[in-house]
Design a protein around this ligand. Structure first.
Ligand SMILES: [Zn+2]
Ligand SMILES: [Zn+2]
Length: 174
């Protein structure tokens, strides 16, 4: 959702308050794509701090469907975001890094989804488990060991299992 900031920048208003609803239906972290299973409207406030300086504030939460690291069952994960961001429209910085940070400013519009996306990425859990003692999947037959013990002999696969674990670990760390 885009918020028009021109009324604030031109000086006719000192602050605006908008009920916003995110457009996003999924969060793409670059490594994985997680579906948004719940999102609610939230209030976004923009205050004028100076001639071309604005401050945006918003608190909200979304629920993502993230697979368990061990058994891949979906774990509904609530992520809260607390946005308190200053925007300086005088800053003509062209550094790549700076540009990337401000990708939520689109001309004189604030792209709320991009702003929230940045916050969500910061609060993304490093590890997701359906329960602390999740037994995971059998590496021989793929059965969910939380549901039933499949009876496979997994001991003989120990060396390969550790390789598999390393791969998973590396994957998560990227
Ligand atoms: Zn699990
Ligand atoms: Zn098995």
């Amino acid at each position: 959702m885009l918020i028009d900031l021109r009324e604030l920048l031109s000086g006719t208003k000192d602050s605006i308050s908008v009920d916003v609803m995110l457009d996003m239906t999924a969060v793409d972290t670059g490594a994985s794509v997680y579906d948004v299973v719940e999102k609610n409207p939230f209030e976004l406030k923009v205050n004028k701090l100076g001639k071309n300086k604005l401050q945006v504030k918003a608190d909200g939460e979304i629920v993502l469907d993230i697979p368990c690291d061990r058994c891949l069952n979906s774990v509904l994960t609530k992520l809260e975001f607390n946005i308190d961001q200053d925007m300086d429209f005088d800053d003509k910085s062209t550094e790549d890094e700076e540009q990337e940070e401000k990708d939520y400013i689109d001309g004189y519009n604030l792209d709320v989804d991009r702003l929230v996306f940045g916050e969500i990425m910061l609060s993304m859990p490093g590890k997701t488990l359906c329960k602390d003692d999740c037994k995971g999947l059998c590496l021989v037959c793929g059965a969910d060991l939380n549901v039933a013990e499949c009876g496979c002999d997994r001991e003989v696969l120990d060396p390969r299992m550790s390789v598999f674990k390393d791969i998973l670990k590396n994957f998560k760390e990227v």
